[in-house]
Design a protein. Structure first.
Lengths: 66, 131
């Protein structure tokens, strides 16, 4: 199941997010939404799963409704 | 497992979420407009302007107006050194950033139609959004 893990340091308000279980371009959709709300990240790092190839028909995409 | 992003700057990208975050920490009464004037604690007009303003009358007798100026990157706080030091015991900006971050998480949850699981440990808030 796709998951986004947010970590907020309540002493500073610093926020980090880690997108899990979403390979390749679908992950970028979530990152795009984050940039829309948070601006450009200081760190933007693709982890190994970003590069895993997904099979046609099995790709999971986020629902980015209004 | 695909992407990791960190947002260390004091910058608020979304106007609606910023206003909601201000309300969350006790500053619900804001003025919104373009290039609104800012006033100091003696009623003196300051050189800065802002698009979102909390008037000093809503804060405290010795406080100045709080403002947020729109820039191409987002809204930047205009807060006097005095208010940064004294407002919410010096925690105004950290608490605002935390409230804004929580508002962002809720907005993401809503957009992806997900569910959340929230834990807090030693001042670290972890929120997992599954969808």
């Amino acid at each position: 199941m796709p998951e986004i893990e947010f970590t907020i340091d309540a002493t500073t308000g610093d926020l980090t997010m880690h997108v899990k279980g979403v390979a390749g371009p679908a992950c970028e959709d979530v990152a795009k939404l984050a940039r829309e709300l948070l601006g450009s990240p200081g760190t933007d790092q693709n982890t190994s799963e970003f590069f895993v190839h997904t099979q046609v028909g099995r790709q999971i995409r986020p629902h980015l409704g209004a | 497992m695909s992407k990791y992003l960190a947002f260390p700057e004091i910058l608020f990208k979304d106007r609606r979420l910023l206003v909601a975050a201000l309300a969350e920490i006790g500053f619900a009464d804001v003025e919104e407009g373009d290039r609104l004037p800012l006033y100091g604690y003696q009623g003196d007009r300051r050189p800065e302007t802002a698009e979102i303003v909390v008037r000093r009358q809503r804060i405290g007798a010795a406080s100045n107006d709080l403002g947020f100026t729109r820039t191409p990157a987002g809204y930047v706080p205009v807060v006097s050194e005095y208010d940064q030091r004294t407002l919410l015991a010096g925690q105004f900006l950290p608490r605002l950033r935390t409230a804004y971050s929580e508002a962002v998480v809720e907005e993401v949850r809503r957009r992806v139609r997900g569910t959340t699981q929230r834990t807090v440990e030693s001042g670290i808030v972890k929120i997992r959004v599954r969808y």
